[in-house]
Design a protein around this ligand. Structure first.
Ligand code: PLP
Length: 365
């Protein structure tokens, strides 16, 4: 079976270094908020080109804490609206609703699967305070358009970069394309920890300080609590694992690009729609997503041929039981995407032989 993602194989490449780093943390006697987290924050901020990076417990918390910090700083208040694509992973939407804010869904572009920036302005009201572009599948959104709209209406831009570590838009990396950005280090992401982890990047010092405090019980100074905060921190072992893996992130991306380019050049089947990459973007291929109206049939056919695929995502957020208040909401483009997409195997240790087999089998579908 060709796995969708060989995570064990990916981490095995760095086994010795990971073990050494882990042992160092064990022997240090210091497990939370120490050197590893501080150094990782510096290194990741430098990688993204931002002034600050704040380690948190996971990607969902990163997004929750950005919005929460804007609330504490008096920029956003309960009941305000945040614009978000209708075809994202549910975490982007949860971060908004968990802050007592209202997610306002905007349909994606059918070719790139990214928020359609031409549909944003029509959704802006006097309550709109932020736009949350999601760099879905590893490709950045049309940030020039989004930032111009944000400037015109005085909105914050909060990037969901959970799938796009290292991706550029023109000359800047994601994480540095808006006011603040949330990243996830869920093990299967392009930069994955060996457990949960996340980070917020920003150039805004006041926001960075508020997020740091909010994730640490609302405290800037031990036993002095300014906010009703939470416990959301990146622990030393995960930070140490991430410091090792960050050094190899560009290599992982390069490997994924080779596979994606092979797919793009060699998959030739009129039944299948291949992904569209916009010129100003250098896609990091967290997912290689094809589309067909025979999706379920294709997935079964591939499985019968020993190829594992996944669907990102089978059900749109507005169709989830958790958001039953959206039962009557219609997002036809998003629904079509959710019914037709299929993610092919891709990852840092997938061999050319495996990629060739996948292409040959796809071409016979
Ligand atoms: C993975 C993901 C998240 C959430 O990250 P976790 O670390 O799993 O909490 C948020 N948004 C998107 C688009 C994601 O893919």
């Amino acid at each position: 079976m060709i796995p969708f993602l060989d995570l064990k194989g990916i981490n095995a490449q760095y086994r010795e270094e990971l073990i050494t780093a882990c042992t160092k943390v064990i022997d240090s006697g210091w497990y939370i908020q120490g050197t590893e987290c501080n150094e990782f924050e510096k290194e990741f901020a430098q990688y993204c080109g931002t002034k600050y990076a704040i380690g948190v417990a996971n990607g969902l918390d990163a997004l929750i804490l950005i919005l929460r910090a804007y609330k504490e700083l008096g920029i956003i208040k309960d009941g305000d609206e945040v614009i978000v694509p209708s075809n994202t992973y549910i975490a982007s939407i949860l971060a908004i609703s968990q802050n007592n804010l209202v997610p306002v869904l905007v349909e994606p572009d059918i070719n790139t699967y990214l928020i359609d920036s031409s549909k944003i302005e029509g959704k802006i009201t006097s309550k709109t305070k932020a736009i949350m572009p999601v760099h879905l599948y590893g490709q950045t959104c049309q940030m020039d358009n989004i930032n111009a709209i944000a400037k015109k209406y005085n909105l914050k831009v909060i990037e969901d970069s959970a799938q796009s570590h290292g991706a550029y838009y023109k000359d800047k990396r994601c994480g540095n394309l808006g006011d603040a950005s949330g990243f996830s280090f869920y093990p299967g992401k392009n930069l994955g920890a060996l457990g949960d982890g996340g980070v917020v990047t920003t150039n805004d010092e006041e926001l960075a300080n508020a997020i740091k405090a909010l994730g640490n019980y609302g405290s800037y100074k031990k036993y002095e609590n300014l906010y009703k905060g939470v416990n959301s921190r990146l622990d030393e072992i995960q930070a140490a694992m991430l410091r090792i893996k960050l050094r190899y992130l560009d290599k992982e991306i390069e490997k994924r690009r080779e596979i994606a380019n092979y797919y793009l050049e060699n998959i030739k089947n009129d039944n299948l729609i291949l992904p569209t990459v916009r010129e100003e973007n250098n896609h990091v291929w967290h997912l290689f997503v094809i589309r067909t109206n025979k999706r379920d049939e294709l997935q079964k056919y591939l499985l019968d041929n020993e190829i594992q695929t996944l669907i990102h995502y089978p059900l749109a957020p507005h169709k989830q039981e958790a958001y039953k208040e959206w039962k009557s909401v219609k997002c036809p483009i998003s629904e079509k995407i959710h019914n037709e997409v299929l993610s092919l195997p891709i990852g840092g240790v997938q061999s050319l032989k495996q990629t060739i087999k996948i292409v040959n089998i796809l071409n016979e579908f």
